[in-house]
Each structure stands twice: as structure tokens, then as C-alpha cells.
Design a protein around this ligand. Sequence first.
Ligand code: ROI
Length: 162
Amino acid sequence: MTERAYIGLGSNLADPAAQLHAALEAMAALPGSQLAGVSPFYVSDSLLPGQPRYTNAVAALDTDLAPLALLDALQAIELDQGRERLERWGPRTLDLDILLFGSQAIDVPRLQVPHYHMHARAFVLYPLADLAPDLQLPDGRLLSQMLGDCPFVGLERLPAPE
Ligand code: ROI
């Protein structure tokens, strides 16, 4: 069955915008998957002090992959783009998070969907709303409500590339 997954992308090392573009190309090439949309890119300070600023975006991916197969594929893309897991929450060349997977709620050790922290992160919610303003989470929460609780502060929306 094809499901629409929303993937959060983030990078704060090694030309972050180029990292995001390369990741989008790799995601578009995944088996049984089609890139259905990409938000604008946003730049913001790291939630942790002392790190370079992050570039973030959200992509919509229509995929026949099962959730854990998609997770494997996204982690392979992260590794391929030089991600090293030096420290938890450390700076990274590429972070790919499954935010939503259709209307499924998933809670296994490797994967929790909806992503736990998305409701509090402007750099996830605003690009997600660019793609799907009327989205509803599996538990019934409306994206529009979550936006109301998460001000657009410190986010800089980059102009669309040519
Ligand atoms: N801060 C921003 N702005 N964007 C991120 O993607 C991001 N990712 C992280 C932490 C370190 C929590 N801060 C972030 O993992």
C-alpha cells in the first residue's frame, strides 16, 4: 500500500543547503517511492547553544516501503552523506526524521511516529504547514492548532532556488 510520509530534513555542517538537496535527490530515487513535495528551506539557530545554525525542510514522500524499511533507507542516506554519530544531539551533516507515516501511529524501539518533538519545533511545523496546512495527526491534533502554540520565532525562510 502506498502511504504519504512526511520527512524532516536538517543539516548544520558542510554546506547545509547542498546536503538537503542531495538528500532529496536520494529520497526521490528510493524504491517504490516518489517525492510528492518539498517545503521551502528555513534557517534557524540550534536548539542547543554553541552549534552552527541549521537549515531545515520537510518533504512529502509517497512510498510503498514499510515504515522500518523507510527508516533503514533514510539512515543509509544519512551515512552516505557522511553522518557520524559522534554525540547525541551533536552537529550533523544530515538528519532525516520520519515525522508522519500516513495516519499510522508507530511506537517501536527504533521508531516513534508521529515524531515526539515535532509539536514543539517551529522548524518542523512551519515547513510541514507549507506542504499540508490542513494536516491532522493520528491522535486528532490539527497542525493548525499546533502552529498556534508554536510561534514563528527565529525562523528565516529562504527564497526558493531557481
Ligand atoms: N535546531 C534546529 N534549529 N534545527 C534542527 O534540526 C535541530 N536539530 C537538533 C537540535 C540539536 C536539537 N537542534 C536543532 O537535533
